[in-house]
Design a protein around this ligand. Sequence first.
Ligand SMILES: [Zn+2]
Length: 355
Amino acid sequence: MATHTNVNLVPGGVSSTGRAYTIPLPANWSQDSTTERSKQSESAGTSGRQFRFGIISDVQYANIDDGLSYSKVPRYYRASRNGLARAVSAWREQQVEWAIHLGDLVDGFQPRDESEAALDMLLAEFDRLQRPHWHVLANHDLYNFPREVLNRRLGLNTGQPEGCSYYHWSPHPQWRIVVLDAYDVSVWGWPPEDNRHKEALKILERYNPNEDKNNPSGLEGPARRFVQFNGGASATQLGWLRATLADIAAKGQRAIVCCHVALHPETAVGHCLLWNYQEVLDELQSSNVVVATFAGHAHCDGQQRDHAGIHHRVLNAIIETPPDRDCYGWVDVFPDRLELTGVGELQSSTMSFAA
Ligand SMILES: [Zn+2]
């Protein structure tokens, strides 16, 4: 994303990265340290676990010197690659079955003539896992590459019509992972004559009064989402989502939904939300099959459980994690809960649901 956000979890505190905490700690939030959680896992065992996957967000690597975000938060552009490497090593040790990165692999500041080499290097790092790794379409990647390149290199349209960057797969007979495209309606990734590009321009013109459409100044709360570094889900994608969730329900499965941009207004500041997040939430909530969503983009942890019981989790970013700290995790999936073990700057949490 283009700006840093001061969303975090514990009221009144300051994290080890110096960020202000502004979002209250949810009642079901676990504050276990990784060590405590590991001990807990050992004692409780992993009995009943259906699968384990690795999770990480916003590597945002660039071959440039460290810098500052729009909000003056340090960004460690080269070190983020090392943070990814440590995550992959830990996932191997933890024997995750697969891993997912929630988007923004290569930063928009990466010199364009080195973008391809950066992508090669980062994907080679993921390949060390020797297990499947999945990716999510995101703005910084679209600054670097055409959509068709990302679809091909990141496997974003598995089994879907050409051009789409949303997809789903089943990691377990009782589960489906649904990956959304937050830039389906966007000025990024489509040629200017494409209707999805034109629709995005109209939305920005209508809801953002600033000349620079990356600037949310003058907008308040969730209305700040109408900036150019965000996007929305098209009616076509919403229809696909509805049909996919109906198929998941028909097969008696459950779903975990991933999207680069935040889907719930209480998990991230306004300018990190999907333009039509409510339309997506309506589909998820009425489906009765979604237990959790995961997003990145906001560069801070956030979590909220909605009225339908769905847990919405936003993940802290490697790019703003000091080089001597980690920021990744893994999720153990059980029939009645997800256990996210966060390492370093990534908070752990337990997401319970009716078995
Ligand atoms: Zn982003």
